[in-house]
Design a protein around this ligand. Structure first.
Ligand SMILES: *Cc1c(COP(=O)(O)O)cnc(C)c1O
Length: 363
């Protein structure tokens, strides 16, 4: 993107975050005139023949890109991933039962807190003792647990599960908000996958939920209609007014991903970006990565400079060079470079060049 004075802007923000330029262009056209109808996408009814194909295509693209079997239903829901912290246990966990959770950071901790409102929680693995700079390697999951919950990418800590515990022996639930569709996984081995769209697949305002329908209907509590996954499956994500524009932006982003070659193709690009970023980080002693090497996130690179003055200087330099969203999360400090699907390789080249220049100047 270019700003008013025509400087190239690189957006490393953690979310909402960069999307493909084509998506911005097409979405903005649709606000004025959607598919040559003379109507804005913002004013069309969700049950019309104008919007239904958008919802259908978005769901079909998720199925195709994730290679999902017919047991897995694709839903687009409101409320952000934070609502799923509550909706998952409400639909899967009886109050006398146990659910296994992994504690890998700020996001996992929030999921755990909500689950405790609905049943018992056991911590199957924790990274608390390393201050969330690692991913637990040995898990202990009770065979009676209703499910195991993992956060595949901890957006704030900058860690990512490389070995998914597919064989944990109980249904597997994952918060994939910050690495959804960024790498090839065996998506059919998950019973629930949820993700807020605003990091890797669209605009804020909609949640992707993939659910294996066979795990539903086992809790005894009454579930409010709008929170019962079965109702959303039955109604095709149209139980009430869906976030029409946000679903449209997801559909455009998924089309872009498909045209690029799908998840395997974007994974290659994401690997190249992360390898360039981390090899640069490791070659410059002035910067220090905070995450254990084998657990580093390929989406969110978290690092520091052990000198507050220089840290501020580097942040100012980034700003001056049009690099946006580089400041680390307030709970961690330092810097965070988010490298989501739509972030171009050239942006990682730009920031790593700046890191090299900065290191040289301050050697
Ligand atoms: C951003 C994020 C969330 C929260 O998403 P909302 O849509 O703001 O509710 C949850 N989990 C992870 C891993 C995230 O990165």
């Amino acid at each position: 993107m270019n700003n008013a004075i025509n400087m190239t802007i690189h957006n490393f923000g953690a979310g909402p975050s960069v999307l493909p330029k084509e998506v911005f262009e097409e979405a903005s056209r649709a606000i004025i005139d959607f598919n040559n109808t003379g109507l804005s996408i913002l004013e069309i009814g969700h049950r019309t023949t104008l919007f239904q194909p958008v919802m259908d295509e978005a769901r079909a693209l998720v199925k195709e890109l994730m290679n999902l079997n017919d047991d897995h239903e694709v839903l687009f829901l409101h409320g952000g991933a934070t609502t799923q912290f509550m909706q998952v246990p409400m639909n899967l966990l009886n109050d006398t039962e146990l659910a296994a959770y992994t504690d890998t950071g700020a996001w996992a901790s929030k999921a755990i807190k909500e689950a405790k409102l609905f049943g018992h929680v056991e911590i199957a693995g924790s990274a608390k003792e390393t201050n969330y700079t690692t991913i637990p390697k040995e898990l202990s999951v009770s065979p009676t647990a209703a499910y195991l919950h993992i956060t595949t990418n901890e957006t704030i800590a900058g860690t990512q599960w490389k070995n998914i515990p597919y064989d944990c022996g109980v249904p597997l639930v994952a918060d994939m908000s910050s690495d959804i569709l960024s790498r090839v996984l065996d998506f059919n081995k998950f019973d629930i996958i949820y993700a807020g769209a605003q990091k890797n697949m669209g605009a804020a305002g909609v949640n992707l939920v993939v659910v294996n329908k066979n795990i539903l209907g086992k809790v005894t509590r009454s579930i409010p209609s709008i929170l019962d996954y079965r109702n959303h499956i039955k109604e095709g994500s149209m139980m009430n007014t869906p976030p029409v524009f946000a679903v449209y932006v997801v559909m455009l982003t998924l089309r872009w991903l498909k045209n690029l070659g799908g998840v395997a193709a974007i994974e290659k690009i994401n690997n190249a970006k992360a390898e360039l970023f981390y090899s640069t980080l490791d070659s410059l002693p002035i910067f220090r990565g905070v995450v254990a090497k084998e657990d580093r996130s390929y989406m969110n690179g978290v690092f520091v400079i052990d000198d507050a003055g220089l840290e501020k200087e580097f942040l100012d330099l980034c700003k001056q060079e049009g690099m946006i969203g580089v400041k680390g999360h307030r709970s961690v400090g330092g810097f965070r470079i988010s490298m989501y699907n739509a972030l171009q390789y050239e942006s990682v080249v730009a920031v790593t060049d700046l890191m090299k220049e900065f290191a040289k100047k301050n050697a």
